[in-house]
Design a protein around this ligand. Structure first.
Ligand SMILES: [Fe+2]
Ligand SMILES: [Fe+2]
Length: 151
């Protein structure tokens, strides 16, 4: 792998680390602010999703270190580096549809990101390729779960 390629890969992985960390925070936030008649199952779902994103952050961070890179370490960098733009979470905990739509955008963005990463690494780095595919499958399941709530 050329140095240039590797630099780009580490940048991609740091984008993922930043985005996953923010996603974990966001879903935990939603699990705590959701209110209204349908909120208990939704809170539970978001709490589980927060744990899932945190695991993604952990596996991405491990891969960055394995590749000799430095995981993004400053919270102020998370927002700048994330593959998905960060906006303030919806404030109204009773607008469950808004919270779901917001999360759906994040999941779609994650599926696209990991699909691109898988495409980039398929022929050059099978470990990162597998990480990307595993994460993509999980993001797609979450995307589906969220989309089905809006039917
Ligand atoms: Fe994730
Ligand atoms: Fe996700």
């Amino acid at each position: 792998m050329s140095i240039k390629k590797e630099t780009t890969l580490l940048e991609d992985l740091n984008q993922a680390l930043a985005a996953e960390t923010l996603a974990a925070f966001r879903y935990l936030y939603f699990s705590r602010i959701a209110s209204g008649i349908n909120s208990p199952p939704l809170s539970e779902m978001f709490e589980e999703m927060a744990e899932g994103e945190w695991k993604h952050a952990a596996m991405v961070m491990r891969r960055i270190v394995q590749l000799g890179g430095i995981p993004v370490s400053k919270p102020s960098e998370w927002e700048k580096r994330s593959f998905h733009p960060y906006n303030d979470p919806p404030r109204r905990g009773n607008d469950l549809k808004l919270i779901i739509r917001d999360s759906l955008k994040l999941e779609r963005s994650a599926v696209e990101f990991y699909q691109r990463l898988a495409g980039k690494t398929r022929d050059s780095d099978l470990i990162t390729y597998r990480l990307a595919v595993d994460a993509m499958v999980e993001e797609a399941e979450e995307e589906q779960k969220l989309a089905s709530l809006l039917d």
